[in-house]
Design a protein around this ligand. Structure first.
Ligand code: CMC
Length: 391
């Protein structure tokens, strides 16, 4: 009807004001609260970046200690939630379990339901950040039939997650510092990315005043898709399918063929029309992890050559398609020992920080209103009901 601006996929509509994350897609720049992602990935920790995103400034030593102590206090899950896991099939996708368990948290925390109270919002945010590693690790343990591991709060956020995932009660688990550092960095690289599909989903769900656990569950559902967070799993599966460098041209040809729905997974981005700065760090981290663990993986060579071939191909050059954050992350995660089904769950774990920070920013905005997009109606005009016998 022309009354509304039509913007399918929201390519040119700003849905909010935000002071968290800045992206310049043409230049390949990503800043959190002004700090370049490369500097944060190199020098910071996931807990520090979480504090930064939530509070706007880097913490002092004392502030960081207090923050980590607070997060640590919330790492356990309500014991009843263990039974919730038993209701899932053993072969359930971890993201299916995460949607359900995170949504169910709302039924357990009646002491923080007043979202207009900043203190309540803070407690819910801390709970979500603290419990995600426990929830994700339990999804993994459930799938492989090992006992759930309780958090050990002497360990770091990331070390704790590694132990809950790969440790067993019968043995001591030793966190490998290089692996802990690499995974922590992967978490930093996934912490926030302004108004991506899952974050917009969290904001839209939250705009109605829904509780934060339900809102984050909505974000997890959106992240699951292969065009978004599911791409890391899809990218590694694709690299395995390609298998050897001699098969690369065949897959490049398929990606270029408009009659073939196949796309290079881990390639292209709505906002970046340049190299994704997160992919640069990711590629470097692959080498560090391989060196630290003294392993290698032929798919890394496939990935490097695929990237080189694509970046020299007119199709990818013209369309400005570059590797994104998901292209190399799977190679690292699989070297650490995570099965592909867990990749998107790790993305959800890290992105929870961005989701709660964005949700808090939205709720704190005095001008906040329910999100309610309009449409261009394309259905039939008004017509009269026809009784079934006359149809
Ligand atoms: N392989 C081959 N062609 C591609 C690819 C690709 N990976 N990505 C985009 N194109 C083509 C697409 O066919 C289209 O061509 P044309 O203009 O001739 O129709 C053009 O490039 C623009 O693509 P689009 O789908 O209109 O762009 P979009 O902004 O709607 O989609 C995207 C962005 C990330 C969904 C898309 O690039 C894609 O599907 N990539 C593969 C999945 C992926 O790696 N996703 C992770 C994104 S980054 C992390 C995250 O958000 O979770």
């Amino acid at each position: 009807t022309g009354m509304f601006t039509y913007d399918p996929g929201f390519t040119s509509t700003a849905s909010c004001d935000s002071g968290l994350t800045f992206i310049d897609g043409e230049e390949g720049v990503l800043l959190h609260r002004g700090y370049p992602i490369g500097q944060l990935a190199e020098n910071s920790s996931f807990m520090e970046v979480s504090y930064l995103l939530l509070n706007g400034e880097l913490p002092s030593k004392d502030e960081l200690d207090t923050f980590e102590f607070t997060i640590t206090r919330h790492t356990m899950l309500h014991d009843q939630l263990r039974q919730f896991y038993q209701g899932f099939r053993r072969d359930a996708h971890p993201m299916a379990i995460m949607c359900g368990v995170v949504g169910a948290l709302s039924a357990f925390y009646h002491d923080s339901t007043d979202i207009s109270d900043p203190e309540h919002r803070k407690i819910s945010s801390h709970r979500l950040i603290a419990k995600m590693p426990t929830i994700a690790a339990m999804a993994y343990k459930y799938a492989i039939g090992q006992p759930f591991m309780q958090p050990d709060n002497r360990l770091s956020y990331t070390g704790n997650f590694l132990r809950m995932t790969f440790g067993v009660p019968a043995e001591e688990y030793e966190v490998v510092p290089a692996v802990e550092k690499a995974l922590d960095r992967i978490f930093i690289l996934h912490a926030d990315h302004e108004q991506n599909a899952s974050t917009s989903t969290v904001r839209l769900a939250g705009s109605s005043g829904a509780n934060p656990f339900a809102c984050i569950a909505a974000g997890i559902a959106c992240l699951w898709g292969p065009a978004h967070g599911g791409a890391n799993e899809a990218a590694l599966n694709m690299l395995h399918e390609i298998g050897t460098p001699d098969k690369i041209p065949e897959y490049i040809a398929r990606a270029k063929n408009k009659d073939d729905p196949f796309r290079l997974m881990g390639f292209g981005h709505r906002v970046y029309k340049n190299y994704d700065p997160r992919a640069t760090v990711m590629q470097k981290t692959v080498r560090e992890v391989f060196d630290a663990l003294n392993v290698s993986d032929p798919v890394f060579e496939v990935a490097l050559q695929l990237e080189e071939m694509a970046l020299n191909d007119d199709y990818f050059v013209e369309k400005k398609l570059f590797p994104n954050v998901d292209f190399y992350s799977g190679v690292i995660l699989s070297a650490i020992g995570f099965p592909t089904e867990m990749f998107t769950a790790l993305f959800a774990l890290a992105r929870t920080v961005g989701w709660v920070a964005q949700w808090n920013e939205m709720i704190s905005d005095p001008g906040q209103r329910i999100g309610r997009p309009r449409q261009l109606y394309t259905g039939p005009e008004k017509r009269d009901y026809v009784p079934i016998a006359q149809r």
